[in-house]
Design a protein. Sequence first.
Length: 349
Amino acid sequence: MKLGLNLGYWGMGNDADNLALAREADVLGYSCAWAAEAYGSDAPTVLAWVGAQTEQIGLGSSILQIPARSPAMTAMTAATLDTLSGGRFRLGLGVSGPQVSEGWHGVRFSQPLARTREYVDIVNLALTRNRVRYEGQHYTLPLPDGPGKALQLTVHPVREHIPIYLASVGPKNLELTGEIADGWLAIFLSTDYVGEQLALISAGRAKAGKDLAGFDVVASVPLLIGEDIRALAEPVRGYAALYIGGMGSKDVNFYNQLAVRMGYQAEAAEIQSRFLAREYEAAAAAVPFEFIDSTSLLGPPTRIAERMAEFAAAGVTTLNVMPYGGSLEERLTSLRTAAEALRESGAAT
């Protein structure tokens, strides 16, 4: 198992700290730094900035939103970032959610699986530098009734294949991820539940005539170092409540549905009810400690090492840490502690 760094959303007031974290992770040998986007900062600009100030760490989008860009534009962006970084880019994709897709991008959210499949098809086709001709249900290139013609990408990526990751939560999307992607970007991954998720990914891999060998299972986990585990869980409550309660509508929230599948049906309902009523502190308080602990790295270095070994044994190949702390130095120390804990765990690759 390798370590990654989750930089989250840029522009939240700690950009200089995040750059310092990326530089430190680069020195420590972390495999990749991942940047997110929703309806604020975009991921490619952040990754270009980070890539220009680091040497070897991978640069991953977690994620580029499918409704935000045409597949051809995404291929252009991937090729450009890969070229500028000397072959360090990893393309993470996701459909986002209906509120962002339809409210921010003006793109209907219907049939997300079919759209994802066609989107990845076109991105891969464009990155091979063949002329792009495609006839699908959602995308047709070139348009058949106009002056457009089949074009090919003029940029030469450093690598023959830029790895594609999908951010998947639901069962059908997990199976699709195994079938068409090179890796999975997981959130709220628990070693108690991941077996069911990897079984779905394996089913998708089997459809493509593949197994899990070489497939990158990337789990993002909050990281807090200390002795009082329950106290360490407190800063994570708001993050968990935001996703389970507020990332989507009452009827369509993939993270809430994930919590239900993990066995937290009553708790997920209360978190959502409180959050949608704007009772944010109550929503955070309703997040079970067991949920936070099972999906995070909390505790002293010895416990962190033990938990890392558990994640690796469960099938995680990249543990993407989100270091919490009251200061930049605390977060940098957490990065260093995590690197040492992985060595002590015996799970490092």
